[in-house]
Each structure stands twice: as structure tokens, then as C-alpha cells.
Design a protein around this ligand. Structure first.
Ligand SMILES: *Cc1c(COP(=O)(O)O)cnc(C)c1O
Length: 399
């Protein structure tokens, strides 16, 4: 029996992506085995993290690395590391940064919210974000001018939520920061390429273990040895509340190993099969346009962009997304990628499907489109009402 029905949970189908709110990703079978194997045993965590360092170094082309609770924790602890080094007195003093350089330069277009605001991950260490440029444009001279003796680090964020045009590219960003002696931290939480950022000169590159890697919830810090050590030592300070256990460390190591062995071509071909299955059927539906859309940050991954014309489809992209997530009958809930729904489209992400679920996704889409077309009244809710509705629905949690 599916554990979800035992717990009274809905058996959701995820065509949204690797979302914390949905349980991140499908943890690969060898990773599940490794975690189950270590859970009943004692280990010496320094030695386990030393092993993780070797695995991360090989995977990322870095000097060293360690595992933390999440990429968000990795951001906080990396920034802490730039301020304290390996000094235990300073590590215990955080988040009090009196007298320390504590400014982190970051492009305004990189100040994303990945479930929490990224500038809060900076503030948690006792540092503060110094925004560079405007939301949609930043220049080298602005970065250079923002760096002073108060600067402790420069943070570069790679995300589909970040503004992906008009900003300072990674190579120039690193060059300017390094010319002023400032270490560069790259938040690459969702990036498939484990080597690119270190190879470009980043001092630290940070990843999530539970996203594309198919690991348990954990964060990966890769980079220069002295900085990695200083970040690891934060576990005796502010890192304590962001603790990762043996299961997270072993799971992240196993995830990196299985990623190196994964048949990426075969996975891509399977995902492409899902996209063409959906596209062939949906493009015949009135008021629906489809397009295979490459990942905005350049991951080797396509999604199906489904655009809805409300005048013809008699529903909107967001009403359709909500109907898919909250079926009227016993069918399975389908969660689409709808963070840009007010622009009249959503995406279908093929990465987190179990075999056969691609057909359920299509059946549900066709059924909801059909239902909307045949309804007496068009299902068109004003978009601004959607946020308020969601906030109300959640307000009395856990009731
Ligand atoms: C997901 C994400 C994070 C947060 O990662 P967690 O490991 O879930 O804490 C941070 N930055 C970016 C760009 C992300 O996509």
C-alpha cells in the first residue's frame, strides 16, 4: 500500500518540478538503500564528512566540500565562513558581526525567493545584502562601486526566478570581485552542471542534493579548502540549527555517485517522449497552444509550455492549474508548474514522473479542458483573487 493513503495524503502527480512543498524529487533507489543501511549504525561524522569532501571534490572539480542541511543553509553558512574564517570565537559570536566586514554584494535581479527570501539567508549569518544595479539591469561599474572594505562576499544566483537578461554575467562578476579580493559564492541549487561554476573561478558553489540529483534533503558546498573548512566549522555555531544527520550526508554522497552513473541520454529521451505525447494531443484542443521550451538557466531539460486563450478555452491558465490540482471527482491531483500563470501559460515538467503517470496527466488535462468548454459559465477567476484565496485556505493550518 502506498504510504500516502495510510497517512491520508493525496497521491499527487508532480509535473511542477523539484518543489520543497511537494517533497522535492524522486529519491533514486541506490540512495534509498544507502540511507537505510546507515540509519541503524554509528559513524564518526568528521570522517563521514571527510569522505563527502572527496566525493564532492571529484564530482565538482573542487578542492573540497561538505554536506549541510540544504542549499539555503549552505548560503548562510558560506557567508558566515567568509566573515569568521576558522576562528571559534568569531563562529560562536555570530550573528553578532560587530566590527567584521559583513556586506554581501548581490545583483538586484538575483534577489529571488525560493520559498524564503534569499536576502534572509544572508541576514541569518549577521550579514546584509547590498543590492547591485536595478532589477533588470546591472553593470560592472556598479558592482565595482558597491565593493568596499566592508564587503565580505559576492553572491551570484542561478535560478529560473532570477532575471535572466541585462545582468552581469558570471565570468565578469568573478573577475571584478576577485580583483578586489572578495570571494565569490555561487548559489547553483538547481543546476545540473556540477563543474561549471568552480571551473569558472567561483570560490564556493552550492547545490541542493534533493533536486535534480535525486538525493534526500541536503545541501552541497564545494570549493576552496579553507572556506569549506570555515563553513563546516559553523556547525559549532549558527549551523547547529541547520544540522544534517548521517542519513543526509550518506544520501547526498550516494546521490552524487548515482548521478555520475546515470544514463542522462536515456532520461532525456524518456522526458522528450512525455513532451511529444502531451503536445500531440493538446495542440488539437481549441484555445490551447503548446511549445517545447528549453530550461531558462540552460539545464539539459525541456518543458512543455501550455498557453491558454481564455476566450476560446473558456478557462484561464490559473483556473485550469487549480482544477488539475483539486479534482472534482476521485481522479488524481496533477500539480503543474504555474509560477507565471498570470501570463496565460503554465509548464509541464517531465522530470519527476513515475512510469505511466504521463498518461494520467494527459487524461486529466483533456478532461478539464473539455469540462471548461462544455460548462455554461466560463471558469474565469480574476487573477488577483487567486493569491487571497490561497492565503485564506492556509490561514488556519493545521485545521
Ligand atoms: C531551491 C533553491 C534554493 C534552496 O535550496 P534548498 O536546498 O531547498 O534549501 C536556493 N537557491 C535556489 C536558486 C534554488 O533554486
Amino acid at each position: 500500500m502506498d504510504i500516502r493513503s495510510r497517512l491520508g495524503l493525496r497521491a499527487v502527480i508532480n509535473v511542477s518540478g523539484t518543489m520543497t512543498g511537494l517533497g522535492a524529487s524522486i529519491v533514486a533507489a541506490p540512495v534509498v538503500d544507502a540511507v537505510a543501511e546507515v540509519l541503524p549504525q554509528f559513524v564518526e561524522i568528521d570522517d563521514l564528512q571527510r569522505h563527502a569532501s572527496t566525493t564532492i571534490a571529484a564530482a565538482c572539480g573542487s578542492e573540497s566540500g561538505y554536506i549541510t542541511a540544504s542549499c539555503s543553509a549552505a548560503i548562510t553558512l558560506s557567508i558566515a565562513a567568509t566573515m569568521t574564517g576558522d576562528d571559534p570565537g568569531l563562529i560562536e559570536r555570530l550573528p553578532d558581526t560587530t566590527g567584521l566586514a559583513n556586506e554581501v554584494v548581490v545583483q538586484t535581479g538575483h534577489l529571488v525567493n525560493y520559498g524564503a527570501p534569499i536576502d534572509q539567508a544572508i541576514r541569518l549569518a549577521g550579514a546584509r545584502a547590498v543590492p547591485v544595479g536595478a532589477a533588470t539591469e546591472a553593470h560592472a561599474y556598479q558592482l565595482a562601486a558597491a565593493i568596499s572594505e566592508r564587503t565580505t562576499a559576492a553572491l551570484f544566483v542561478v535560478s529560473h526566478h532570477a532575471v535572466n537578461y541585462g545582468l552581469i554575467p558570471l565570468e565578469a562578476f568573478i573577475e571584478i570581485a576577485h580583483a578586489k579580493g572578495v570571494p565569490v559564492i555561487v548559489d547553483a541549487a538547481s543546476e545540473y552542471d556540477l563543474k561549471r561554476f568552480i571551473a569558472a573561478g567561483a570560490d564556493l558553489a552550492l547545490y541542493s542534493a534533493h533536486k535534480f540529483l535525486g538525493g534526500p534533503t541536503a545541501g552541497i558546498v564545494a570549493g576552496r579548502k579553507a572556506l569549506v573548512r570555515a563553513a563546516y566549522f559553523q556547525n559549532g555555531g549558527i549551523g547547529r540549527g541547520m544540522k544534517v544527520g548521517k542519513e543526509g550526508i550518506v544520501g547526498a554522497i550516494a546521490a552524487l555517485e548515482q548521478w555520475a552513473r546515470r544514463d542522462h541520454e536515456a532520461v532525456r529521451a524518456r522526458e522528450h517522449g512525455y513532451l511529444t505525447l502531451w503536445e500531440d494531443a493538446l495542440k488539437r484542443c481549441p484555445g490551447v497552444r503548446t511549445q517545447i521550451d528549453p530550461d531558462p538557466t540552460g539545464n539539459p531539460l525541456d518543458r512543455l509550455k501550455v498557453s491558454i486563450d481564455p476566450r476560446v478555452a473558456r478557462t484561464t491558465a490559473w483556473d485550469l492549474a487549480d482544477a488539475l490540482a483539486r479534482p472534482r471527482n476521485a481522479s488524481r491531483p496533477v500539480i503543474v508548474r504555474d509560477h507565471e500563470a498570470e501570463l496565460h501559460y503554465f509548464f509541464l515538467d517531465p522530470c519527476n514522473l513515475h512510469p505511466g503517470e504521463e498518461h494520467v496527466v494527459l487524461e486529466r488535462l483533456l478532461a478539464e479542458l473539455h469540462f471548461a468548454r462544455d460548462s455554461r459559465e466560463p471558469a474565469v477567476t480574476p487573477f488577483h483573487a487567486r493569491d487571497a484565496k490561497r492565503a485564506t485556505a492556509r490561514k488556519n493550518w493545521p485545521d
